[in-house]
Design a protein around this ligand. Structure first.
Ligand code: CP
Ligand code: NVA
Length: 303
């Protein structure tokens, strides 16, 4: 594996190995030990959008492994693909650093970086997908349920980048994903078919959140307004009415069902404060696991 751009491009074995490594490195670091396998290596981190979790967890993970993270704001380099072509950025950075991670609007920017860079490229979220998030989510599910296989997640809301990466994870790791969205915001058919080609029947789209959660192990949601969609905010808030993760929906799910959110959460919109604070919520375990997955990923790609 040279890059980590999409879960759909990884083998089931590679994904299981990454989860295994995340779990063991987590225990290793919690015991106070350190693995400085990336000493002398630098990761360039390019961001076109804001970030708390992804930026800080990659920065800490890189430092934990003895390496150096280099945060690059788009304005520092005159915009990605604006001052110079993306393919030139990829080739120049390949002469200086040992890895690139990028959070971009267009998915094709990350694909182009990967195509032209001689060094590993990591997708830190694009409009199309968020694979590092979905893998940290799988790690969290594995910790809470003992396994990922057969675990059913009901994703309530927008068929967005996070939902898409969860669908590929379901396909590759034999989980179940049911996405419940209002009309016009469904997960695209190509993604559903591709996920189902990895594990038949793993991913389905419905329009009723109550039907989705009825036998779910996990209730998952994400913002209705992703970064870059701010001008659609008012329309989206109207369209997503009835797709709120609130205690009424939580009570319609099995008692053991956990509540997940990739964060940031917009309380009062896609989820209520009560659902966020419920004892069933595991969203901060998810956020923590971003660090543990990132560490394993960096070690795998850069060591
Ligand atoms: N979940 C997530 O990617 O958060 P940030 O946007 O803060 O990185
Ligand atoms: N779907 C959200 C995820 C944020 C982590 C977005 O793209 O803004």
């Amino acid at each position: 594996m040279k890059d980590f751009v999409a879960i759909s491009e990884c083998s089931t074995q590679e994904l299981h190995d990454l989860l295994e490594a995340s779990g063991s490195l987590k225990a290793f670091y919690k015991s106070g030990k350190r693995d400085l396998c990336l000493a002398g290596k630098t990761l360039a981190m390019l961001f076109e959008k804001p970030s708390l979790r992804t930026r800080i967890s990659f920065q800490v993970a890189m430092t934990d492994l003895g390496g150096m993270p280099l945060y690059v704001k788009p304005e520092d380099i005159g915009g990605i693909g604006k001052r110079e072509p993306v393919k030139d950025i990829a080739r120049v950075l390949s002469r200086y650093v040992q890895g690139i991670m990028a959070r971009t609007f267009e998915h094709k920017t990350v694909l182009e970086l990967a195509e032209y860079a001689d060094i590993p490229v990591i997708n830190a979220l694009t409009d199309w997908s968020h694979p590092c998030q979905a893998m940290a989510d799988c790690l969290t599910i594995r910790e809470h349920f003992g396994q990922v296989e057969g675990i059913k997640t009901a994703f309530i809301g927008d068929g967005n980048n996070v939902a898409r990466s969860l669908a590929y994870a379901a396909g590759k790791l034999n989980m179940k994903l049911v996405v419940a969205s209002p009309h016009g915001y469904e997960l695209d058919d190509v993604t559903i078919q591709k996920a189902n080609s990895f594990t038949p029947g793993c991913t389905a789209q419905v329009d009723d959140p109550y039907a989705a959660v009825a036998d779910a192990d996990v209730i998952y949601t994400d913002t209705w307004v992703s970064m870059g969609q701010e001008n659609e905010k008012e329309k989206r808030i109207r369209d997503f009415k009835g797709f709120v993760v609130d205690m009424k929906l939580v009570q319609a799910a099995p008692k053991h069902a956990k509540i997940m959110h990739c964060l940031p959460a917009y309380r009062g919109y896609e989820i209520t404060d009560e659902a966020c604070e419920s004892p069933n919520s595991i969203m901060f375990d998810q956020a923590e696991n971003r660090l543990h997955f990132q560490r394993a990923l960096l070690k795998q790609l850069l060591a």
